[in-house]
Design a protein around this ligand. Sequence first.
Ligand SMILES: [Zn+2]
Ligand SMILES: [Zn+2]
Length: 147
Amino acid sequence: MESRNSSGGFAPATTAETARRNRRDRLALRPADFVAPRYAGVSDHRLALALTTEDRSEEDGLDPLERVTCRTHRRWLHDCVASPLHVVIVTGTRWCRECECALNVAIDQLAGDVAVRCPSCGGTPATRATRQLVRACRASLAAAADR
Ligand SMILES: [Zn+2]
Ligand SMILES: [Zn+2]
């Protein structure tokens, strides 16, 4: 279920330069294409790399709720954020505390936009957790599209 950019907007020079930078900054101690064994079956290579990198970053202190990939579903966050597993009641993530129900997340792949809404009260909780969720989903969309 990988959506590819079909508009021919690939820029090999820029991509290579970005890859070189990432290799130097984040994976200095590993080959640039190192993929953790648990992600060997992930067909999207960029996703497998991002999963590997974020797993390591999480061990170094990255907040799991800031991740743009999902360790459990092995997908980009925006592809599986609708799963009940992404409701975290204690942090108020994808959760309306007023109504005590899970929030819906609408992903606009083309616009790269994310809307969070409570199916009960129709509102969007103005909380840190909701802002964080929207931010992470937008970053996930951007990473998947390589923008
Ligand atoms: Zn997931
Ligand atoms: Zn509500």
